[in-house]
Design a binder for this molecule. Structure first.
Ligand code: COA
Ligand code: ZN
Length: 329
Protein backbone atom coordinates (compact mmCIF):
# COMPACT_ATOMS: atom_id res chain seq x y z
CA UNK A 1 0.00 0.00 0.00
CA UNK A 2 1.26 3.41 -0.87
CA UNK A 3 0.56 6.53 1.08
CA UNK A 4 -3.00 7.57 0.18
CA UNK A 5 -3.04 10.67 -1.99
CA UNK A 6 -5.86 13.18 -1.87
CA UNK A 7 -7.53 13.09 -5.26
CA UNK A 8 -10.74 14.86 -4.32
CA UNK A 9 -14.02 13.24 -5.37
CA UNK A 10 -13.98 9.57 -6.17
CA UNK A 11 -11.14 8.82 -3.77
CA UNK A 12 -11.19 5.19 -2.59
CA UNK A 13 -12.05 4.62 1.05
CA UNK A 14 -11.89 1.03 2.37
CA UNK A 15 -14.58 -0.01 4.85
CA UNK A 16 -13.76 -2.97 7.09
CA UNK A 17 -16.56 -4.80 8.85
CA UNK A 18 -16.02 -5.70 12.51
CA UNK A 19 -19.64 -6.35 13.55
CA UNK A 20 -19.27 -10.11 13.35
CA UNK A 21 -16.45 -9.88 15.96
CA UNK A 22 -16.51 -6.59 17.91
CA UNK A 23 -20.32 -6.55 17.67
CA UNK A 24 -21.38 -10.16 18.24
CA UNK A 25 -18.84 -10.79 21.05
CA UNK A 26 -20.80 -8.35 23.22
CA UNK A 27 -24.21 -9.91 22.58
CA UNK A 28 -25.94 -12.04 25.18
CA UNK A 29 -27.59 -14.14 22.47
CA UNK A 30 -25.61 -16.82 20.65
CA UNK A 31 -26.19 -16.22 16.95
CA UNK A 32 -26.44 -19.67 15.32
CA UNK A 33 -23.40 -20.62 13.21
CA UNK A 34 -25.38 -20.88 9.96
CA UNK A 35 -26.68 -17.34 10.48
CA UNK A 36 -23.16 -16.03 11.16
CA UNK A 37 -22.00 -17.68 7.93
CA UNK A 38 -24.93 -16.14 6.04
CA UNK A 39 -24.16 -12.69 7.50
CA UNK A 40 -20.47 -12.88 6.52
CA UNK A 41 -21.46 -13.99 2.99
CA UNK A 42 -23.93 -11.09 2.76
CA UNK A 43 -21.24 -8.65 3.93
CA UNK A 44 -18.83 -10.04 1.31
CA UNK A 45 -21.48 -9.48 -1.38
CA UNK A 46 -22.09 -5.95 -0.05
CA UNK A 47 -18.52 -4.94 -0.96
CA UNK A 48 -16.66 -4.70 2.36
CA UNK A 49 -12.89 -4.62 1.79
CA UNK A 50 -12.12 -6.65 4.91
CA UNK A 51 -14.25 -8.58 7.39
CA UNK A 52 -13.14 -9.44 10.92
CA UNK A 53 -15.04 -12.69 10.86
CA UNK A 54 -14.51 -13.91 14.42
CA UNK A 55 -12.03 -14.26 17.30
CA UNK A 56 -9.87 -17.25 18.23
CA UNK A 57 -10.17 -16.57 21.95
CA UNK A 58 -11.07 -18.78 24.86
CA UNK A 59 -14.61 -20.12 24.29
CA UNK A 60 -15.15 -19.73 28.04
CA UNK A 61 -14.22 -16.03 27.91
CA UNK A 62 -16.34 -15.28 24.82
CA UNK A 63 -18.92 -18.05 24.31
CA UNK A 64 -20.65 -16.00 21.58
CA UNK A 65 -17.70 -16.77 19.25
CA UNK A 66 -17.07 -20.39 20.25
CA UNK A 67 -17.80 -21.50 16.65
CA UNK A 68 -14.86 -19.59 15.12
CA UNK A 69 -13.41 -22.58 13.21
CA UNK A 70 -16.73 -23.61 11.73
CA UNK A 71 -17.61 -20.08 10.60
CA UNK A 72 -14.30 -19.61 8.78
CA UNK A 73 -14.60 -23.05 7.22
CA UNK A 74 -18.12 -22.52 5.91
CA UNK A 75 -18.07 -18.95 4.57
CA UNK A 76 -17.82 -18.38 0.82
CA UNK A 77 -14.44 -16.73 0.15
CA UNK A 78 -14.52 -13.74 -2.19
CA UNK A 79 -10.96 -13.16 -3.48
CA UNK A 80 -11.47 -9.37 -3.20
CA UNK A 81 -12.21 -9.57 0.54
CA UNK A 82 -9.63 -10.03 3.32
CA UNK A 83 -10.99 -12.39 6.01
CA UNK A 84 -9.41 -11.41 9.32
CA UNK A 85 -9.70 -12.83 12.84
CA UNK A 86 -8.76 -11.56 16.28
CA UNK A 87 -5.96 -13.59 17.88
CA UNK A 88 -4.98 -13.08 21.56
CA UNK A 89 -2.16 -15.64 21.92
CA UNK A 90 -0.19 -18.51 20.36
CA UNK A 91 -3.09 -20.94 20.76
CA UNK A 92 -5.31 -18.47 18.90
CA UNK A 93 -2.70 -18.08 16.15
CA UNK A 94 -2.51 -21.84 15.60
CA UNK A 95 -6.31 -22.03 15.34
CA UNK A 96 -6.47 -19.02 12.97
CA UNK A 97 -3.80 -20.44 10.65
CA UNK A 98 -5.43 -23.87 10.66
CA UNK A 99 -8.71 -22.16 9.69
CA UNK A 100 -7.03 -20.24 6.83
CA UNK A 101 -7.64 -16.73 8.15
CA UNK A 102 -6.08 -14.23 5.69
CA UNK A 103 -4.96 -11.97 8.51
CA UNK A 104 -4.46 -12.17 12.27
CA UNK A 105 -5.47 -9.12 14.27
CA UNK A 106 -3.43 -8.83 17.49
CA UNK A 107 -4.49 -6.54 20.33
CA UNK A 108 -2.93 -4.59 23.16
CA UNK A 109 -3.62 -1.30 24.89
CA UNK A 110 -1.75 2.00 24.75
CA UNK A 111 -1.95 2.41 28.53
CA UNK A 112 -0.70 0.19 31.33
CA UNK A 113 -3.98 0.44 33.29
CA UNK A 114 -6.21 -0.63 30.40
CA UNK A 115 -3.83 -3.40 29.33
CA UNK A 116 -3.72 -4.81 32.87
CA UNK A 117 -7.47 -4.46 33.42
CA UNK A 118 -8.38 -5.99 30.06
CA UNK A 119 -5.62 -8.47 29.24
CA UNK A 120 -4.21 -9.15 32.75
CA UNK A 121 -0.68 -8.38 31.53
CA UNK A 122 1.70 -5.45 31.49
CA UNK A 123 2.22 -3.84 28.10
CA UNK A 124 5.72 -5.34 27.87
CA UNK A 125 4.31 -8.80 28.57
CA UNK A 126 1.69 -8.24 25.89
CA UNK A 127 4.33 -7.07 23.43
CA UNK A 128 6.41 -10.19 24.05
CA UNK A 129 3.31 -12.31 23.35
CA UNK A 130 2.56 -10.32 20.19
CA UNK A 131 6.14 -10.87 19.01
CA UNK A 132 5.71 -14.62 19.41
CA UNK A 133 2.44 -14.60 17.48
CA UNK A 134 3.87 -12.33 14.78
CA UNK A 135 6.76 -14.76 14.25
CA UNK A 136 4.27 -17.61 13.81
CA UNK A 137 2.33 -15.47 11.32
CA UNK A 138 5.50 -14.69 9.37
CA UNK A 139 6.52 -18.30 9.02
CA UNK A 140 2.98 -19.31 8.01
CA UNK A 141 2.73 -16.44 5.51
CA UNK A 142 -0.31 -14.96 7.27
CA UNK A 143 -0.50 -11.15 7.48
CA UNK A 144 -0.35 -9.55 10.92
CA UNK A 145 -2.22 -6.41 11.95
CA UNK A 146 -1.81 -4.92 15.42
CA UNK A 147 -4.73 -3.07 17.03
CA UNK A 148 -3.77 -0.53 19.68
CA UNK A 149 -6.67 0.02 22.09
CA UNK A 150 -7.16 3.36 23.85
CA UNK A 151 -4.98 5.15 21.26
CA UNK A 152 -7.16 8.26 21.64
CA UNK A 153 -7.63 8.17 25.39
CA UNK A 154 -7.98 5.73 28.28
CA UNK A 155 -11.03 5.54 30.56
CA UNK A 156 -8.67 5.17 33.55
CA UNK A 157 -5.62 7.25 32.64
CA UNK A 158 -7.23 9.93 30.46
CA UNK A 159 -5.21 11.47 27.64
CA UNK A 160 -2.47 9.37 26.09
CA UNK A 161 0.55 11.29 24.76
CA UNK A 162 0.88 11.13 20.96
CA UNK A 163 4.52 10.08 21.39
CA UNK A 164 3.46 7.07 23.50
CA UNK A 165 1.06 5.91 20.77
CA UNK A 166 3.66 6.45 18.04
CA UNK A 167 6.36 4.64 20.03
CA UNK A 168 4.20 1.52 20.23
CA UNK A 169 3.28 1.81 16.53
CA UNK A 170 7.01 1.99 15.74
CA UNK A 171 7.66 -1.26 17.58
CA UNK A 172 4.83 -3.03 15.71
CA UNK A 173 6.01 -1.84 12.31
CA UNK A 174 9.77 -1.97 12.77
CA UNK A 175 10.28 -4.80 15.28
CA UNK A 176 7.32 -7.11 14.64
CA UNK A 177 7.09 -6.40 10.90
CA UNK A 178 3.33 -5.82 11.13
CA UNK A 179 1.82 -5.04 7.73
CA UNK A 180 -0.92 -2.97 9.36
CA UNK A 181 -1.73 -1.00 12.50
CA UNK A 182 -5.19 -0.07 13.77
CA UNK A 183 -5.57 2.90 16.07
CA UNK A 184 -8.60 2.09 18.22
CA UNK A 185 -10.85 4.53 20.00
CA UNK A 186 -12.02 1.77 22.31
CA UNK A 187 -14.27 3.85 24.55
CA UNK A 188 -15.26 6.73 22.27
CA UNK A 189 -12.85 9.39 23.51
CA UNK A 190 -11.47 10.55 20.13
CA UNK A 191 -12.30 13.94 18.64
CA UNK A 192 -11.65 15.25 15.11
CA UNK A 193 -8.66 17.56 15.61
CA UNK A 194 -6.90 14.86 17.65
CA UNK A 195 -7.68 12.26 14.95
CA UNK A 196 -6.14 14.55 12.31
CA UNK A 197 -2.98 15.04 14.35
CA UNK A 198 -2.40 11.35 15.07
CA UNK A 199 -3.28 10.26 11.52
CA UNK A 200 -0.89 12.78 9.93
CA UNK A 201 1.91 11.84 12.33
CA UNK A 202 1.47 8.12 11.62
CA UNK A 203 1.32 8.48 7.82
CA UNK A 204 4.36 10.73 7.81
CA UNK A 205 6.44 8.14 9.68
CA UNK A 206 5.16 4.91 8.12
CA UNK A 207 3.73 5.76 4.67
CA UNK A 208 3.99 2.12 3.53
CA UNK A 209 2.04 0.64 6.46
CA UNK A 210 -1.68 -0.04 6.22
CA UNK A 211 -3.31 2.31 8.74
CA UNK A 212 -6.85 1.63 9.97
CA UNK A 213 -8.88 3.92 12.22
CA UNK A 214 -11.38 2.22 14.55
CA UNK A 215 -13.96 4.44 16.21
CA UNK A 216 -16.82 3.79 18.59
CA UNK A 217 -19.77 6.15 18.53
CA UNK A 218 -20.05 6.30 22.33
CA UNK A 219 -20.28 10.08 22.41
CA UNK A 220 -21.77 10.70 18.96
CA UNK A 221 -18.51 11.91 17.38
CA UNK A 222 -17.88 8.82 15.26
CA UNK A 223 -18.70 10.09 11.77
CA UNK A 224 -16.94 13.41 12.44
CA UNK A 225 -13.83 11.41 13.41
CA UNK A 226 -14.01 9.37 10.19
CA UNK A 227 -14.23 12.56 8.09
CA UNK A 228 -11.31 14.11 9.99
CA UNK A 229 -9.29 10.93 9.38
CA UNK A 230 -10.04 11.03 5.65
CA UNK A 231 -9.00 14.68 5.42
CA UNK A 232 -5.72 13.79 7.13
CA UNK A 233 -5.03 11.01 4.59
CA UNK A 234 -6.45 7.84 6.18
CA UNK A 235 -8.34 5.51 3.84
CA UNK A 236 -9.32 2.50 6.00
CA UNK A 237 -12.00 2.46 8.66
CA UNK A 238 -13.47 -0.25 10.85
CA UNK A 239 -17.23 -0.12 11.34
CA UNK A 240 -20.03 -2.47 12.39
CA UNK A 241 -23.22 -3.09 10.46
CA UNK A 242 -26.26 -2.00 12.43
CA UNK A 243 -23.86 -0.06 14.68
CA UNK A 244 -23.85 -3.06 17.03
CA UNK A 245 -21.35 -3.54 19.84
CA UNK A 246 -20.99 -2.43 23.41
CA UNK A 247 -23.21 -3.42 26.30
CA UNK A 248 -26.11 -5.67 25.25
CA UNK A 249 -28.29 -4.09 27.95
CA UNK A 250 -27.79 -0.55 26.66
CA UNK A 251 -28.05 -0.93 22.88
CA UNK A 252 -26.28 1.86 21.03
CA UNK A 253 -24.42 3.08 24.10
CA UNK A 254 -20.99 2.18 22.82
CA UNK A 255 -21.24 0.40 19.49
CA UNK A 256 -18.73 0.86 16.69
CA UNK A 257 -19.44 3.53 14.12
CA UNK A 258 -22.19 2.11 11.91
CA UNK A 259 -21.05 0.74 8.53
CA UNK A 260 -24.18 1.75 6.61
CA UNK A 261 -24.17 5.26 8.11
CA UNK A 262 -20.54 5.76 7.07
CA UNK A 263 -21.11 4.21 3.63
CA UNK A 264 -24.22 6.37 3.08
CA UNK A 265 -22.49 9.62 4.11
CA UNK A 266 -19.32 8.90 2.11
CA UNK A 267 -21.31 7.96 -1.01
CA UNK A 268 -23.18 11.29 -0.83
CA UNK A 269 -19.82 13.05 -0.62
CA UNK A 270 -18.57 11.26 -3.73
CA UNK A 271 -16.13 8.81 -2.15
CA UNK A 272 -15.74 5.36 -3.66
CA UNK A 273 -16.37 2.86 -0.85
CA UNK A 274 -17.17 -0.12 -3.07
CA UNK A 275 -20.30 -0.68 -0.95
CA UNK A 276 -23.65 -1.80 -2.37
CA UNK A 277 -25.85 0.01 0.15
CA UNK A 278 -29.10 -1.95 -0.42
CA UNK A 279 -27.23 -5.24 0.14
CA UNK A 280 -25.57 -3.87 3.28
CA UNK A 281 -28.92 -2.60 4.60
CA UNK A 282 -30.49 -5.99 3.95
CA UNK A 283 -27.74 -7.64 6.03
CA UNK A 284 -28.11 -5.12 8.89
CA UNK A 285 -31.90 -5.50 8.85
CA UNK A 286 -31.49 -9.17 9.75
CA UNK A 287 -29.72 -8.33 13.01
CA UNK A 288 -32.60 -7.44 15.40
CA UNK A 289 -34.19 -10.87 14.96
CA UNK A 290 -30.84 -12.60 15.51
CA UNK A 291 -29.61 -10.62 18.54
CA UNK A 292 -32.99 -10.04 20.11
CA UNK A 293 -33.00 -6.25 20.30
CA UNK A 294 -33.17 -3.08 18.24
CA UNK A 295 -30.01 -1.77 16.52
CA UNK A 296 -28.61 1.79 16.64
CA UNK A 297 -28.39 2.21 12.84
CA UNK A 298 -30.06 5.48 11.82
CA UNK A 299 -30.11 4.46 8.15
CA UNK A 300 -31.99 1.24 8.83
CA UNK A 301 -34.54 3.35 10.77
CA UNK A 302 -34.79 6.43 8.54
CA UNK A 303 -33.82 5.05 5.11
CA UNK A 304 -31.41 6.68 2.69
CA UNK A 305 -31.57 10.41 2.00
CA UNK A 306 -33.47 9.95 -1.25
CA UNK A 307 -35.76 7.12 -0.16
CA UNK A 308 -38.72 9.45 -0.67
CA UNK A 309 -42.10 9.14 0.97
CA UNK A 310 -45.51 9.38 -0.76
CA UNK A 311 -47.44 12.60 -0.39
CA UNK A 312 -50.36 12.44 2.10
CA UNK A 313 -53.48 10.65 0.79
CA UNK A 314 -55.52 13.89 0.88
CA UNK A 315 -52.77 15.89 -0.84
CA UNK A 316 -55.05 16.99 -3.74
CA UNK A 317 -57.62 18.42 -1.32
CA UNK A 318 -54.88 20.17 0.68
CA UNK A 319 -53.61 21.79 -2.52
CA UNK A 320 -57.13 22.74 -3.72
CA UNK A 321 -57.90 24.37 -0.38
CA UNK A 322 -54.58 26.20 -0.37
CA UNK A 323 -55.11 27.50 -3.91
CA UNK A 324 -58.68 28.63 -3.05
CA UNK A 325 -57.42 30.79 -0.20
CA UNK A 326 -56.96 34.45 -1.06
CA UNK A 327 -53.31 35.56 -1.12
CA UNK A 328 -52.22 37.78 1.76
CA UNK A 329 -51.92 41.38 0.64
N1 COA B 1 -8.32 -20.41 22.13
C1 COA B 1 -8.97 -21.35 22.85
N2 COA B 1 -8.85 -21.49 24.17
C2 COA B 1 -7.99 -20.67 24.79
C3 COA B 1 -7.26 -19.69 24.11
C4 COA B 1 -7.46 -19.57 22.72
N3 COA B 1 -6.84 -18.65 22.00
N4 COA B 1 -6.50 -19.03 24.98
C5 COA B 1 -6.73 -19.55 26.18
N5 COA B 1 -7.64 -20.56 26.06
C6 COA B 1 -8.19 -21.37 27.13
C7 COA B 1 -7.16 -22.25 27.76
O1 COA B 1 -7.06 -23.45 27.09
C8 COA B 1 -7.71 -22.41 29.16
O2 COA B 1 -8.75 -23.37 29.13
P1 COA B 1 -8.98 -24.35 30.38
O3 COA B 1 -9.45 -23.45 31.50
O4 COA B 1 -10.04 -25.27 29.90
O5 COA B 1 -7.68 -24.96 30.64
C9 COA B 1 -8.37 -21.07 29.42
O6 COA B 1 -8.65 -20.50 28.16
C10 COA B 1 -7.47 -20.11 30.20
O7 COA B 1 -6.23 -20.08 29.54
P2 COA B 1 -4.97 -19.26 30.04
O8 COA B 1 -3.80 -19.67 29.25
O9 COA B 1 -4.91 -19.28 31.52
O10 COA B 1 -5.24 -17.87 29.50
P3 COA B 1 -5.95 -16.67 30.19
O11 COA B 1 -6.97 -17.06 31.16
O12 COA B 1 -4.87 -15.75 30.59
O13 COA B 1 -6.72 -16.15 28.92
C11 COA B 1 -7.14 -14.81 27.04
C12 COA B 1 -6.24 -15.11 28.22
C13 COA B 1 -7.01 -13.35 26.72
C14 COA B 1 -6.69 -15.65 25.88
C15 COA B 1 -8.60 -15.20 27.34
O14 COA B 1 -9.03 -14.59 28.54
C16 COA B 1 -9.52 -14.75 26.25
O15 COA B 1 -9.61 -15.38 25.20
N6 COA B 1 -10.25 -13.63 26.48
C17 COA B 1 -11.06 -12.97 25.50
C18 COA B 1 -10.42 -11.68 25.13
C19 COA B 1 -11.29 -10.92 24.16
O16 COA B 1 -11.70 -11.42 23.15
N7 COA B 1 -11.58 -9.65 24.49
C20 COA B 1 -12.37 -8.84 23.67
C21 COA B 1 -11.61 -8.30 22.50
S1 COA B 1 -10.21 -7.35 22.92
ZN1 ZN C 1 -13.71 -1.76 19.23
Amino acid sequence: MTNPVWTGRGRRVYLQEVGTRDGLQAEAAFVPTEDKVALVNALSDAGLAKIEVTAFVSPKAIPALRDAEQVLREIRRNPDVVYSALVPNVRGAERAIESRADEMNLVMSATESHNLANLRMTREQSFAGLAEVAAIGRSAGVAVNVSLSCAFGCPMEGDVPVETVLAWCGRYVETLGAHGVTLCDTTGMAFPTQVAELTSAFLERWPGTELTLHFHNTRGIGLANVLAGIDAGADRFDASFGGIGGCPYAPGASGNVCTEEIAHALALMGYDTGIDLPLLLAAASRLPALIGHDIPSQIVKAGRRLDLHPRPADFDQIRARALARPMAA
